[in-house]
Structure formats: C-alpha cells, structure tokens
Design a protein around this ligand. Structure first.
Ligand SMILES: [Zn+2]
Length: 463
C-alpha cells in the first residue's frame, strides 16, 4: 500500500454555517483543530488516489514538457516587487532556505544593481550553499552584468523590453541596439562560466519577426535559455501555445516563461507553455509580484500534480507548501485567500449531502487532488441545511453514537429543520445527535422536544 492510501487523519473544529470560523475547538471528538478551526474532517472509506492514470492526464507528444519541467522561483525578485513586500536579509535567507527545502530548481534574486543592500543580500544567499541554483535578474546592460557576475550567482537572467511600447516609452532603443547590447552582455557573462538567460519583456506585444530574430541570434551564441514574458498579463493559453511552439522550432536552447496574472490566465498559460515545449516556469509564493502578480507556486503544483503526480511527488516536498505560504504571507502581511489552491481554508471541504455521501464512499468522486499529498486534510462540513444523513451518520460514528439508519435520517431531518431557521454550528449538530442517541438508549422519543427553543443559542438546543 502506498503512503497515500493510508487512512486519513481526523480533525475536528467548530463552525458557523456561513463558514466564518469562531476559533473554538471541539473537545468532543478526537483530532486537533488548531490548524483548521471551523470544520470537521471525517475518515473516508478509502483513498483511491493511488491510481496511476486518470482521464485528465495529458496526451503525450514530442513537444510537451509537462512531465519534465523546472521551476524558477522568483519570490525574492518578482515577489519583492509586490506592493507590500519588504524582505530584510534574515527574511530573504529564511525564504530562500524554505524554497530550497521544497525543491525548487532555481531561486531568482533582485538585481544586485538595484541597491547596495540588494547586492549584499545576493552575495549572502549565494554563500548558503543551497541545492537550488541562484540566479539574479538584471537589465541588458554591461554595468549590471559586471556587478552580477561578482556576486557568486550560478546564473544571470537578462531582460530587455522589445515591445513597441517599451522601445518607444521606456528605454528608447531600437532592435539593432538591443541585439548588439545583448550579444555583448551574453558573451561577457558566458566568459565567467555561469548560466545566462536572455528574455524579451512584454513578449506578447512585441513584433514576432523581431522576437524570433533576436532569439535565434542569442541561441547561436550560446545562451542557456531564452525567456518569454507576458509582462502585462494579456496572453491567452492559445496565444502562449502558438508562440512557444513557434519559438521551439527556432531555438535549440531551453525556453523559460513568465506569466502575469492580470487576466487570470497565469497558471493556464504556464501549463500551455509546457505543452508547447517550454522547459522552465517562473513562479512566486502566493503569486506575489507586480500588480496582482504571476503564476503562484502552489497553483502550479495543483495543476501539475494532476498532469503527472509521479514527477511532481518525486521532485518537490509538497507537504512544505503550506509552511512556505504562511511564511511569505506573514512577511508581506496578507492572508491566504479563502479559495487558494491547496491551502485555502475550504480547498478540501465538502458540504452538500450529495457530495458528502460520495466523498465518504470514495474521495475521488469530488476531488481531483489528494489533500494528503500536500499534508492537508479533507473536511466534511455537515452543520447546514444542505447536509445529508450519510454525513450525519459519519459524524455520529465519530462521536461513538451508534444508531439505526432510520434514526440517523430522523436526526438529520431535525438538524436541517433547525438549520432552515438560523445558522447552526457543530455544537448544534452534535447536541441533536446526542439527544437522538440518548433517546435511543432511554427508549424515548425526544425528537419533538429538541427544537423547542428554536431561536435560542446553540447551547440551548441540548435537551
Ligand atoms: Zn514579472
């Protein structure tokens, strides 16, 4: 039996039916609710996620790198451009170590030319001896390149704007100047025996002929990677696929991609880029970056584990994701979004009676990702008017309150009746379950008295 097939942990919590947590743990059942107050997890019959193939697996083709991709983690570069971000040296080192333990292939740092402290931080992280390769991100300029190669980085990511907007309104250079400067910088960095990537900026609003021409030129002089950047988040997955596939036919080096999330396509674009032959994906923790950020590390993991669980599980320590997200969220003073991939508080919470029944029998019915793969727990939210008797039965068994199916159904009807009147929480449902169980033991019908104080507080429903 593989580890993921083990019975899952049971956790318990208290909840209001509207989903707001009250932070009160439920001492009536086993488990620790501190990490997830508000919902109750129940043990499911089996975990069938060990199945190696599923109907959603991509159709393999010679271009696709869906099962062979690398992550360039840019929380300490792109993420530093997030509105709330300020990382001191200690915090940068803490984040870099956490990302390294997670298993990212590269960690990208702010340009050492940005400030004196940025340069010192870059040198400090290079000296940590991490497994991940350390990159820094610089303008396509000899002054920046000279500073970068002296920091001890494993590679330099060079970028220059190639769209008409940036050529006219930002740096004011034409393609001839860009090409000549690129050649000079690339040759200089290569002479120091470290990796070099050349990327255009705002690639999807750049002239395609110009792009292919300069990528072809830098490929011939030996860059390790060329980069495509959707700097303004305008690209759609189909546009990404077309551009990367075209580029794949022009260059022989690796292809790195960088997607902003302004129009909500950052993860889908990253996936399509891999399908079209890209080799590297830029991410940041929680997607933090300029404006609303880039492809989030956790969201990409969610996407990729569905495509190739074996590759993702074998390469990345997924159970560390939540700790890294908590670390970065705290550092930049934001909350983890409620609907966050994997770690959002309701990411593995099932509520309706139909869903709960099926989940209790077989979690794959309504889950494409196994929460246990990420060290997370699934929850059944049963304190509501849309609950079902299978969920209530499961909760009763968890409370060691054995009854007949008919009694579970009657108990459930009473819970739904109360939940139609006002929001209820786990204490309410547990109290009703206990009342029904007691009535069974005593041989009395207490169902008519349970709801007497219908408008009362949760404690008052105890009979
Ligand atoms: Zn960016």
């Amino acid at each position: 039996m593989c580890p993921s097939c083990e019975p899952e942990a049971i956790a318990n919590g208290n909840s209001n039916s509207n989903g707001h947590t009250n932070g009160t743990s439920n001492g009536n059942a086993n488990g620790d609710s501190n990490d997830h107050p508000g919902f109750t997890a129940v043990e499911t019959k089996s975990n069938p996620h060990h199945v190696r193939s599923n109907p959603y697996q991509p159709v393999g083709d010679f271009l696709s790198n869906v099962s062979n991709f690398k992550i360039i983690e840019s929380t300490l570069r792109e993420g530093e451009q997030f509105a709330n971000a300020f990382f001191d040296t200690a915090k940068k080192i803490e984040i870099a170590k956490a990302l390294d333990e997670f298993g990212v292939d590269y960690i990208e740092l702010t340009s050492p030319a940005a400030s004196e402290q940025s340069r010192a931080d870059c040198e400090a992280i290079c000296k940590l001896g991490l497994k991940a390769k350390i990159l820094t991100h610089i303008r396509c300029h000899m002054d920046d390149a000279r500073i970068a190669v002296q920091t001890g980085v494993d590679g330099v990511d060079v970028v220059i704007g190639t769209s008409s907007y940036l050529m006219e309104h930002s740096h004011g250079k034409d393609m001839t100047y860009i090409t000549n400067t690129a050649i000079e910088v690339i040759n200089y960095v290569k002479s120091h025996n470290i990796e070099i990537r050349f990327s255009s900026e705002d690639s999807f609003r750049s002239n395609l002929v110009d792009l292919l021409s300069i990528y072809s030129t830098v490929d011939k002089i030996g860059v390790n990677r060329v980069g495509i950047a959707d700097t303004v988040g305008c690209a759609s997955p189909r546009q990404v696929y077309d551009l990367v596939r075209t580029l794949r036919g022009v260059v022989s080096c690796d292809i790195e991609t960088h997607f902003h999330n302004d129009t909500g396509c950052a993860i889908a674009n990253a996936y399509c880029a891999l399908e079209a032959g890209a080799t590297h994906i830029d991410t940041s923790v929680l997607g933090i970056g300029e404006r609303n950020g880039i492809t989030p590390l956790g969201g990409l993991m969610a996407r990729m584990i569905v495509a190739d669980r074996e590759y993702v599980m074998g390469k990345y320590k997924l159970e560390k994701l939540k700790d890294i997200e908590d670390l970065v969220a705290s550092a930049v003073e934001v909350n983890i979004p409620f609907n966050n991939y994997i770690t959002g508080f309701c990411a593995f919470t099932h509520k309706s009676g139909i869903h709960s029944k099926a989940i209790l029998n077989n979690p794959s019915t309504y889950e494409i990702i196994n929460p246990a793969d990420f060290g997370m727990t699934r929850y059944i939210h049963f304190a509501s008017r849309i609950t079902g008797w299978n969920a209530i039965k499961s909760r009763a068994i968890q409370l060691d309150m054995d009854m007949t199916d008919e009694q579970y159904k009657a108990c459930t009807a009473k819970i739904k009746q109360l939940a139609d009147i006002r929001p209820i929480n786990i204490d309410d449902t547990d109290s009703i379950i206990r009342a029904f169980h007691r009535s069974r033991v005593l041989g009395k019908d207490v169902s008519e008295t349970i709801l007497a104080p219908v408008a009362a507080t949760p404690d008052d429903v105890v009979v």
